[in-house]
Design a protein around this ligand. Structure first.
Ligand code: FES
Length: 136
């Protein structure tokens, strides 16, 4: 899916300017992100965690297509969160609907790292869809 929510203003974010890594807990290899390759796709803000994760084969639900209208892309940024844009009011409002909220919770589609630090993220266990349909 992908696109833009016409009812919300886009979050203020700087895309990455240098190479950085994203470690996803439970995944053996770190993801190396080269800013020259961003954005990868159409889901989420350009250069967002959702964009990065999907491109690198990490399955993360994103029911609204990355337009800040659900909370299925909830992730917890355990390290490096200061290198990401601050959550906008719309993201915080939507996060309030997510179970298991933590102070480091973000919507992956709205969270855009600037590349100044490596990130470690966790996809909450309850957020892993074990009965997902195959790719179409
Ligand atoms: S995919 Fe719906 S809020 Fe991120």
């Amino acid at each position: 899916m992908g696109g833009v929510n016409p009812y919300l203003s886009r979050p203020a974010a700087r895309t990455a300017a240098r190479l950085f890594r994203v470690v996803v807990r439970g995944r053996a290899d770190a993801i190396a992100v080269d800013p020259a390759d961003l954005p990868y796709g159409r889901d989420g803000e350009p250069g967002s965690l959702l964009d990065i994760l999907l491109h690198h084969g990490v399955r993360l639900d994103h029911a609204c297509g990355g337009v800040c209208s659900c909370s299925t892309c909830h992730v917890v940024v355990r390290q490096g969160g200061a290198s990401c844009n601050a959550p906008a009011d719309a993201e915080e409002d939507m996060l309030d609907t997510a179970p298991g909220l933590t102070p480091q919770s973000r919507l992956a589609c709205q969270c855009v790292p600037d590349g100044s630090a490596d990130l470690e993220i966790e996809i909450p266990g309850w957020n892993r869809n074990q009965v997902r349909e195959g790719d179409h």
